[in-house]
Design a protein around this ligand. Sequence first.
Ligand code: ZN
Length: 699
Amino acid sequence: MTPQRAKAEITALRDELNEHNYRYYVLDSPSISDKEFDDMLARLAELEKQYPEFSDPDSPTQRVGGQVTKIFDTVTHRTRMYSLDNTYSRDELADFDARVRKGLGEGENVEYVLELKYDGASVSLTYENGRLTRAETRGDGIKGDDITANARTIKSIPLKLKGDYPARFDIRGEIILPVSRFEQINNQREIDGEPLYANPRNLASGTLKLQDSAEVASRGLDCLLYYVVEDEVTIPTQYECLQKARQWGFKVPQQSSLARSMDDIYAYIDYWDHARYDLPYQTDGIVVKVNDKSQQARLGYTAKSPRWAVAYKFTAEREPTVLESISYQVGRTGNITPVANLRPVLLAGTTVQRATLHNADQIQKLDVRIGDTVFVEKGGEIIPKIVGIDLEKRPDGTLPVKYIEKCPECGTPLVRPEGEANHYCPNEDHCPPQIKGRIEHFASRKAMDIESLGQQNVSLLVDKGLIKDYADLYTLGFDDLNGLEQVSDEGQKRSFQKRSAQRLLEAIEASKKIPFEKVLFAIGIRYVGDTTAKKIARYFGTMDAIMSASAEELMAVDEVGDRIAESIVKFFSDPQHRQTVERLKSYGVQMSLGEGSGVKSDVLAGKSFVVSGKFGISRDELKEMIEQHGGRNVSAVSASTNYILAGEAMGPAKAKKAESLGIKIISEQEFYKMLDAGPRGDANGNTAGNAAGVQGKLF
Ligand code: ZN
């Protein structure tokens, strides 16, 4: 293919993918299948890799992230981000209306725009000539953090606009996490034995400040826009701004409405106070804005908020019900959660019969007792909580709740680490929910991918005494499984018939081929996620090397800090863990990088690299190439670093340090030459992997 034809195809693919992205994420009405979309995206990525001269940061392929922001720069907003005054009653809203009318003068017509108030993290986006140039958090309203790299991964934020947009403008809105995504993420965390997130809002704002934009991309954030800030006002009303922004490609909620009287406003509140539970996002109130921009300008601002807009917060729904009993759940890391079992009550559109009591302190603080009539609330939190007690209804003869002292699952005395609110069961190795949790993690998709071993089957195998840890999986035989059955406390029957027994054994056998880096993730070392495991596996090459590495040696790995390094050392200092790993090895589980691990040559063996600056391809792709050819990525320049692979705009501090240590600085082109010096890959004369494709175009 000629470069001209490649360029034409790249442009066409980008336009088409942008349109499908828009249809899928903004309009919520896709016109092609996910598979078709993925195929087109893969084709584009392939072309961009072959022709890096046509790379573009606004390409749909860049939506997956990969850029790492170590420190978020503080930037001054082009115009201040005011916050809204809150009102909590209709009287307060009527006061607002009276102030507006007084401010504008008697007899002037006032029209309001009503919008829902989404519960997320405020953001300001700057567009210049139709392209996203900056995304900022609210911060203190005057200055915020530059989160552009992360915002670019949010698919409903357009990178290129359509239609008749102003040459330069800011647009403001809310970054939110849909409730369904929030629940998915928490379910996965439960499986991984990690603490759950409290609510979508905190998770959304925390996600915006993650260093790795690829991680941000995977979270599934969404962005709803509601306020256009033009350099000079050309759109006369707020309502028209919303419509314009929608035409430019932004996701602008459809629920906005015009109001001419207080009755219109009250009707909107009455409707959404209930209908909000059917929305995919959380909303905690409505916003009332004066529609006319010239009226807005005349009303102006107080020290912190506009005089032409106000928020009204829905009252959190709260219902009384009876606390029937308290049960205690043991999490996968041994943490104990007290749960209130309630007489069923309808709250915020769902029947609630359980509420969290958080921990012993919370129970003591509330002094909640069995038989009490309690008030249950479901506010910004997804999990209902008890917020108070109707003491007048307390039955005679109740006693304060005595918190359990022993694990309800295994009877081990609980511990409460100093400075922590939670109790834990310390019996890691023999407490059933903890054992089951580790095995579920081992078998999960990103780990050993033993598909037919779900939560139910793990429970069955552990309860029947067939397995005590994940290494035992490899000792199971057909006769152990065939006909095995159990009836759960809830009356559910779990069993293994001939077919399912065979299928599980096949899946366990197949897991012996799972690459080493996933094995390292699967064994469940605290803080070692799948990406970290991959980096460590590539760096050390074998489990033996990792088991004998010191914390200091581990910290030489790119992006491994002291917390992770110490956790790994601690894990392997336990003889039982070492023994379990030895057993896995004896059963044939992968304990070193081998076939299928993506290694293409060893031309860079023993060489360490620091990658710094901007390149024709992404830094992550370069790092991947270094590892594929046997080299190591290290995070900081030290005397033992062999090369600095320097792109455009490499930091001057790094260059100076490299010079003083006498480390060789090489360019992207020189790097490709190093790869080319290695043994030839296949019969087509392709040098190991991607290098040839890129290199061919550069020289
Ligand atoms: Zn226990």
